[in-house]
Design a protein around this ligand. Structure first.
Ligand code: GDP
Ligand code: FO1
Length: 319
């Protein structure tokens, strides 16, 4: 593998928005993105990798910008037809999006590994950055709730995060191996960015693949994170709710559901952490963890803000 300059750890929507800026300030072929696959789900016999697709569609410029997932202008005729056959259709798979899942499932059935399939997908869609799944093995993010064990997508979308989460399990993680290129891209990068993604079910999942966290601790590359929490709340999604419910398991206090709490979760490998202007008061506390703090505007309203944030991150890792 050719040496890539920057490696990013990514979930879905939050990560993709940051990466949109990054590919405009560093050559996209110099970027490797390691993506969470714990959210993957099988529906109607099709293998769906939402976070991978979100990142690829975004970098290909075809994502539905408003939603942050799916394909711009997509239609939902197939889903409507499936509904008439009695299928459950809570997961909004668009007609063009379905082509990706048919293609992926077809190639997996032919014996290609997930990382190979993803490489074909991103090349076909004109994405020059390297997109690597965290693992080729099956890992499933399961929410242990007061109503029973639920797949993460069902918790998030079908049940709209209404259940009380007692524990999160990454089923299959103990046996999962990092996909080809994952460890190399961490060890050989000049700098690494931890995208502003959910610290538990996006970045937390990637970090739980045996070997990945250790390589982040060992690499000589500088590592910068961007806080997904601003003034204690996520821009979107259940990050704060999950951090609060799982505080004991995460070894944080309930009052630490903030950029400080996220920094604490990454303290063993982070060199620098970018927090929002609104969290300037947390600087000293985070620096006491041995992490350099950079304060800036982290709300990525438009392309300009995304590029500005990417520049700040690159400066922090010396790229
Ligand atoms: P998901 O897998 O689709 O939920 O996406 P990610 O895990 O990549 O990202 C979810 C996180 O992105 C949430 O916790 C949000 O707070 C964060 N996020 C989204 N937009 C922004 C933004 O503009 N700025 C910052 N700092 N975080 C953001
Ligand atoms: N998110 C939703 O909120 N509702 C949906 O119906 C939905 C469908 C969907 C289909 C394909 C895809 O690639 C992503 C999709 N997402 C949907 C987003 C996705 O569930 C989440 O943002 C991530 O998986 C969370 O990590």
């Amino acid at each position: 593998m050719a040496l890539k300059l920057v490696t990013a750890l990514a979930g879905g929507v939050g990560a993709a928005r940051f990466l949109e800026g990054l590919i405009r300030v560093v050559k996209d072929e110099e970027i490797s993105v390691i993506v969470n696959t714990g959210d993957d789900i099988e529906l109607y016999g099709l293998q769906i990798s939402p976070d991978v697709d979100i990142v690829i569609y975004t970098l290909a410029g075809i994502v539905d910008d408003e939603k942050g997932w799916g394909i711009k202008g997509d239609t939902f005729h197939c889903l409507e037809a499936l509904q008439r056959y009695g299928y459950d259709t809570w997961f909004m798979l668009g007609d063009r999006d379905l082509a990706t899942h048919i293609h992926r499932t077809h190639l997996l059935k032919k014996g290609f590994r997930l990382s190979e399939v993803i490489d074909k997908e991103r090349i076909a869609l004109g994405v020059k950055a390297r997109i690597i799944p965290m693992t080729n093995d099956k890992v499933e993010t399961i929410m242990v709730t007061d109503k029973g064990d639920i797949h993460f997508q069902e918790y998030l979308i079908k049940r709209k995060t209404q259940d009380e989460v007692l524990k999160v399990i990454f089923k299959g993680i103990e046996k999962a191996k990092p996909a080809p290129g994952v460890i190399d891209s961490i060890m050989k990068a000049k700098g690494i960015t931890i995208c502003p993604s959910n610290p538990i079910v996006s970045i937390g999942t990637i970090l739980s693949v045996p070997g990945i966290r250790d390589s982040l601790r060992e690499t000589k590359a500088k590592i910068v994170g961007i806080s997904p929490l601003i003034a204690g709340a996520p821009v979107k999604g259940p990050a704060d709710k999950l951090m609060s419910s799982l505080a004991m398991q995460l070894q944080i206090e309930k009052e630490e559901v903030s950029a400080y709490g996220v920094a604490k979760l990454y303290r063993d490998f982070l060199d620098a952490f970018i927090i929002d202007n609104l969290d300037a008061n947390l600087k000293e506390k985070i620096e006491a963890l041995g992490i350099k703090v950079i304060i800036t505007d982290t709300i990525m309203k438009g392309l300009k803000e995304k590029m500005e944030l990417a520049k700040v991150a690159l400066k922090a890792i010396g790229v």
